[in-house]
Design a protein around this ligand. Structure first.
Ligand code: ATP
Length: 458
């Protein structure tokens, strides 16, 4: 098992592109900068991850899931603070007009400086005084200015600022503005959570590190409403739950850490924020965040909408609930899971294999079916069809190339098991089943395949 620091991110990216996990977006038109599409393999994985999120954050907790819109009333973004404050520090190199996030430059060149704590004046001074060359080019810097990350768009056929709307930069606000609807129609009692999965958009100044930071991405967010005095307890509960969740999906404990934000880093309304970080080959990076947001969001929406979003307690008193928000980025989680799973293993006779040791439950395919030779295609296809139609196992059929080649191909896309139909199958209805990780094979009856795999279901 190799360490993440030793893994080469470019090798992993190449592998993911070549094997069909990720495609360049708009490829036949020359692409669109830093924008990626997901192929069938990633899509299968993401569907499985979302299923687990729904199970762990919604169903098993008795929470509620909704699906609000990407474009909402623009007043929402005024109330939430995004119009005024959702900005990164932009700095431009006057020599070539290239624009950067000031904190990224400082983080890259002076890793000893804690950029999360630095003010924009401090960042500007450091860059202007010390950075004379960046990105292999001579530099002369402008002043720093805030750059709002929200994508603007227009609604309807009118081309005026009056019709200006935004693509949501997070799914959370769609939950806050539906708080009253959900609590009224479900009659839920505190504490309870409302979650949603959906696309969010941020006009990042410098999207980078492959799918780690992109302008369109997917989030899985839960807003967990509770009484103010319980908020600290639930804050720690959800931190623990998030850690267990990423471990359930297979991330190695040694590559994960919890990083509580220091006071200077916290948003003015936050009573506590912790990130779960992952050790990417390019360094520790935020995978997801958990925040105790107090009653800031509901209070803001009450103020701007003039609607009461108070909660009526059984004793007749009214409160504005506090909220704990575990917010997970699906694309980053996918990247972390793929990096974690990626191994190049030395085999006998100078041979090697690329193997993705993904957890059975989120693997793109869980089982491959091979006919040993062409003559056995029909019985193999019949087994494949039966598994497809009568089980939930994600099965793939492969008949091309030698068996050895087919094993390598499945190893490379993370298929944990493969069964091979041979001549003995015709006599006694048994097949060999081969384990991706141990490469060991055993013989089992065709009828036992489903039961055999059930052991790995979490
Ligand atoms: P960062 O500091 O990396 O920009 P953030 O603190 O702004 O992230 P949040 O607003 O807390 O991020 O968003 C919650 C989660 O959404 C993040 O933990 C991350 O997984 C995901 N996310 C945020 N921005 C992006 C992006 N541009 N591309 C992919 N995922 C993202």
């Amino acid at each position: 098992m190799s360490k993440n620091e030793e893994k080469n991110i470019q090798d992993i990216i190449n592998h993911l592109k070549v094997s069909g996990f990720v495609y360049q977006n708009s490829e036949i038109y020359g692409g669109l900068i830093n924008t990626w599409d997901y192929g069938p393999l990633s899509t299968n994985m993401m569907t499985a991850i979302k299923k687990y999120w729904v199970r762990e954050f919604i169903s098993r907790e008795g929470n509620y899931q909704i699906d609000s819109k990407i474009i909402m009333n623009p007043k929402i973004w005024k109330a939430s603070g995004h119009i005024d404050n959702f900005a990164d520090y932009l700095i431009e190199n006057k020599v070539n007009q290239k624009r950067y996030r000031a904190d990224h430059i400082v983080k890259d060149l002076f890793p000893e400086i804690n950029v999360e704590k630095a003010t924009f004046e401090e960042l500007e001074n450091i860059i202007k005084e010390k950075v004379k060359q960046y990105d292999n080019e001579k530099c002369e810097w402008t002043s720093i200015r805030p750059f709002n990350l929200m994508f603007k768009t227009q609604m309807g056929a009118i081309d005026s600022t009056a019709a200006q709307t935004y693509l949501r930069p997070e799914t959370a606000q769609g939950i806050f503005v539906n708080f009253k609807n959900v609590s009224r129609t479900t009659r839920a009692k505190l504490p309870f959570g409302i979650g949603q999965i959906g696309k969010s958009f941020r006009n990042e100044i410098t999207p980078r590190d492959f799918i780690f930071r992109t302008r369109e991405f997917e989030q899985m967010e839960l807003e967990f409403f509770c009484e103010p005095e319980d908020s600290e307890k639930f804050y720690y509960y959800w931190i623990d739950k998030c850690k267990k969740f990423v471990e359930l999906l297979g991330l190695k404990n040694s590559n994960i850490r919890i990083r509580p934000h220091e006071k200077e880093e916290l948003s003015h309304y936050s009573l506590g924020t912790s990130d779960i970080e992952y050790l990417f080959p390019f360094g520790w990076g935020e995978l997801l965040g958990i925040a105790n947001r107090g009653n800031y969001d509901l209070s803001q929406h009450m103020k701007y909408s003039q609607e009461s979003l108070e909660y009526l307690k059984d004793d007749g008193s009214k409160i504005i609930p506090f909220v704990i928000e575990p917010s997970i980025g699906l694309d980053r989680l996918l990247l972390a899971l793929l990096i974690d799973a990626y191994e190049v293993e030395k085999l006998e006779k100078d041979d090697e294999r690329i193997v993705l040791k993904t957890d059975y439950n989120i693997s793109p395919y869980q089982l491959a079916v091979f006919p040993l030779v062409k003559k056995l295609e029909e019985p193999a296809k019949n087994i494949y069809d039966k598994l497809l139609k009568t089980t939930d196992i994600r099965v793939i059929y492969d008949k091309t190339g030698s068996i050895g080649k087919r094993y390598r191909r499945q190893d490379a896309i993370g298929t944990p098991f493969a069964i091979t139909v041979d001549f003995q199958t015709l006599e006694d209805q048994t097949v060999t089943i081969r384990n991706r990780d141990t490469m060991e094979q055993e013989r089992i009856s065709v009828d036992e395949v489903e039961k055999y795999l059930e052991k790995f279901v979490k």
